[in-house]
Design a protein around this ligand. Structure first.
Ligand SMILES: Cc1cc2nc3c(=O)[nH]c(=O)nc-3n(C[C@H](O)[C@H](O)[C@H](O)COP(=O)(O)OP(=O)(O)OC[C@H]3O[C@@H](n4cnc5c(N)ncnc54)[C@H](O)[C@@H]3O)c2cc1C
Length: 489
């Protein structure tokens, strides 16, 4: 048994995306913190963020009210207005703080921050680093985390489950085949999204909703998990990996083709390829039902090849990795799951309904996004609400709340391997029932199927491998999404 077994921390941060790392960095050297990363340090949604962070950094040409208004319009006014107010007014200070920590954003020729515009924003307010803002933020914050003596960074370490104990939690962990426990007085779940519940998603393999499953097991309230954002055009590779083909490719004149390599948007919307995101996604699904094929393409070969390479360097390179030269070839695309608006219900301090348990970032439901996220608001949400969680924990510690003590236990997580194909079954059910256009019949049928998968996973004696735990998380997420969807069908 390693020396890490039964270690006691003040705070356990589960996840090392932007929410987890920025949250961990709020504590000074007197607070012991552990940060877990299920896979490598850069396997996270955060690391893939392209566009940027939306924030009102100058009041000359922008205002908080305008950012609030844009957020509410995008969210179809189902947002929590108090949370939106906090996000917009406090966010700029957090962006400045991460810059002080070493995160870089592009500047224009006058040495000012280069602010860009994205769909739904009425002002240029998105700061970015080339087209890989998330990777730059992860680089900057990780550098800071690694300097801190009070933070233990645990890579390739999976939180299997949380157990409530007196004044905190016991966290049962799996690292390189070994099980052990640590204890914490407070826990921040920053485990990211749920994209891997679908076959088609931009999310990396870490996005299996583990934090949501673990919070649910503890009895925490989960809210609006059915509020899932889809993106119309992700690269559709044969190996099943998808990456975003930004909407600006259509903005620059790309045509959408069906399996017959013919344009089809005129059947569905007079704005053709420039219709809004949700309309284009739905049109693709309707066209796939009409033609019986999932083969769709973007064609921008009519544009100048030097212009394309300069305008879309990351997309060009991404396509080339799969042997597709976007200056000469059609780009295979399909809609994909992209973002989760709902999640573990939290208040303005990111507190869940379970004492001492916090949730931040994509796994949390702060209510800021309402029914639909405004572009580039999620990195901002991860910053603002993880900082607020840490501030609340600091207040509890200052008020002398009792702290946890280790109560060693023997862990026995041995058992049978998880049945092959179960995750594929879950994905198929979700693709059919709740992808872009929910299907009431498939939701009802799918819910029964997921229910029996969940019973099988929970009822059997399976070994707690990452594969099993992820299957359990995905089945739990699918169950909650379909249950919510069934209730409103
Ligand atoms: C392709 C893409 C582009 C995007 N572009 C933008 C953009 O331009 N602007 C914007 O605002 N947003 C963007 N987003 C959304 C944004 O990136 C995410 O919402 C945000 O980064 C989520 O941060 P997070 O810290 O909550 O989660 P993540 O960054 O996903 O981090 C989750 C962490 O939790 C860990 N974890 C999960 N389960 C466990 C477990 N059981 N045990 C231990 N660790 C665990 C993971 O290993 C990971 O470290 C984009 C997303 C994608 C996928």
């Amino acid at each position: 048994m390693t020396e890490r077994n039964n270690k006691v921390y003040d705070v356990l941060v589960v996840g090392s995306g932007i929410a987890g790392m920025y949250g961990a960095l709020q504590f000074d050297e007197s607070t012991s913190v552990a940060v877990l990363s299920k896979y490598s340090k850069t396997t996270s949604n955060s690391n893939l963020a392209q566009g940027g962070v939306a924030a009102v950094l100058s009041l000359e040409d922008d205002s908080y009210d305008l950012h609030i208004k844009d957020t509410l319009i995008a969210g179809r006014h189902e947002n929590d207005t108090e949370a939106v107010d906090v996000l917009v007014r406090e966010g700029p200070e957090d962006v400045r703080k991460i810059m002080e920590m070493g995160v870089r954003f592009d500047e224009n020729e006058n040495g000012e921050l280069d602010k860009t515009l994205e769909g739904g924003h009425s002002r240029r307010r998105i700061v970015h680093y080339k087209d890989c803002t998330g990777a730059e933020m992860v680089r900057g914050l990780l550098g800071e985390v690694e300097k801190r003596k009070n933070i233990d960074y645990c890579e390739n370490t999976v939180l299997c489950r949380l157990v409530r104990v007196r004044s905190g939690f016991r966290a049962d962990l799996l690292c390189e085949g070994e099980y052990f426990s640590v204890f914490c007085s407070y826990c921040m779940l920053c485990t990211g999204g749920v994209g891997r519940v679908y076959k088609y998603t931009t999310n990396p393999k870490s996005a299996t909703g583990d934090g949501i499953r673990i919070a649910y097991e503890l009895g925490a309230q989960i809210k609006d998990l059915r509020y899932i954002q889809f993106h119309p055009t992700a690269f559709n590779s044969k190996d099943g990996e998808q990456f975003l083909i930004s909407e600006s490719v259509r903005g620059e004149g790309a045509y959408l083709y069906n399996c017959e390599k013919k344009r089809f948007m005129d059947r569905y919307d007079e704005r053709l390829e420039l219709a809004p995101r949700d309309v284009v996604s739905k049109s693709i699904i309707l066209e796939s039902r009409r033609t019986g094929s999932n083969n769709f393409y973007l064609d921008i070969t009519h544009e100048d090849s030097d212009f394309l390479k300069k305008r879309f360097p990351a997309i060009y390179e991404g396509c080339m990795r799969y042997g597709v030269d976007m200056t000469k070839d059609l780009i295979p695309i399909f809609p994909c799951q992209h973002y989760l608006m709902g999640g573990i219900e939290v208040d303005l301090d990111s507190k869940t309904t379970v004492p001492r348990l916090y949730a931040c970032g994509e796994c949390a439901n702060t209510g800021v996004h309402g029914k639909n996220r405004l572009a580039s608001n999620s990195l901002l949400e991860a910053l603002v609400f993880s900082r607020r969680a840490a501030e609340d924990i600091k207040r509890c510690m200052q008020n002398g709340f009792p702290t946890v003590a280790a109560i060693p236990v023997e862990l026995d997580f041995s058992g049978a391997p998880v049945p092959e194909g179960i995750v594929d079954d879950i994905k198929k059910i979700m693709q059919r029932a709740y992808f872009v256009m929910p299907d009431a019949g498939a939701i009802r049928f799918g819910l029964k199927q997921i229910d029996s998968i969940l019973k099988r996973l929970k009822g059997g004696k399976f070994a707690y491998t990452t594969k099993y735990l992820e299957a359990l998380s995905l089945a739990s997420v699918a169950y909650i999404v379909l249950k919510e969807a069934e209730e409103i069908c």
